[in-house]
Design a protein around this ligand. Structure first.
Ligand code: PRP
Length: 207
């Protein structure tokens, strides 16, 4: 039995579609139920449904052998897991954004983000001193309400920025979802895991 940690939310549907393309017979229950553990006995797979940021934690602790995690999550925290395959789904990018002609109050601009480590190291590399404000979501709200001068966040279609009158200022990194594995699992269950990698590789898009 292989346990796979799946991220609930945006990536989920694309990840399920990719697994189905690879020939894994996942029941309709996947999209419909609110169960957090789904066993697919004919594939000898158990799926656990976690918050995207927590997927890596389940894999790192070995309670999940494999996981699907965004590169954004991988960049934010260094963790003891192997990134073994770029699934090339859920494409987006990390960017700095703000109000057009936004003025900075004070010496260090305040930057709101869900990714404090990524943001700190980015601005450090740029030689720019900033104050990081950690938020958990709806980051675009921060500059609108005066909490921050800029944000560092995921941009996918760009709609959220546009509809809130914000503009992208700098592009930080390209993001896609990755297949990650627990190092011990990879040693113990290498045949099964290699088979999954192979089957997924065959159906991953070229772009
Ligand atoms: C993400 C991201 C942006 C938005 C970008 O948020 O943080 O807010 O999607 O997508 P777009 O460019 O297609 O508009 P998400 O909806 O995952 O929720 P969150 O704000 O709670 O993090």
């Amino acid at each position: 039995m292989i346990t796979i940690a799946m991220p609930k939310g945006r990536i989920f549907e694309e990840a399920v579609e990719l697994l189905r393309k690879a020939g894994y017979r996942l029941p309709p229950e996947f999209e419909e139920s609110r169960k957090l553990i789904i066993d697919v006995s004919e594939e000898e797979m158990r799926f656990i449904l976690a918050k995207p940021m927590d997927v890596v934690t389940y894999v790192e602790h070995g309670v999940a052998d494999l996981g699907i995690a965004g590169k954004d999550v991988m960049l934010e925290e260094e963790r003891d897991v192997y990134e073994i395959l770029d699934l090339k789904i859920s494409k987006c990018h990390l960017a700095v954004a703000g109000l057009p002609n936004g003025k900075v109050n004070g010496v260090a601009p305040r930057v709101a983000t869900k990714y404090p480590n990524v943001a700190s190291s980015y601005f450090r590399e740029q030689g720019e001193q900033v104050e990081i404000i950690k938020l958990n979501g709806s980051i675009e709200l921060a500059p609108l309400i005066g909490l921050a001068d800029r944000i560092v966040d995921i941009v996918s279609t760009g709609r959220t920025l546009k509809e809130n009158g914000l503009v992208e200022l700098e592009r930080i990194a390209e993001i896609t979802s990755r297949l990650i594995v627990n190092p011990v699992s990879y040693r113990m269950k290498d045949a099964k895991i290699d088979e999954i990698i192979e089957r997924l590789s065959l159906v991953i898009g070229d772009e």
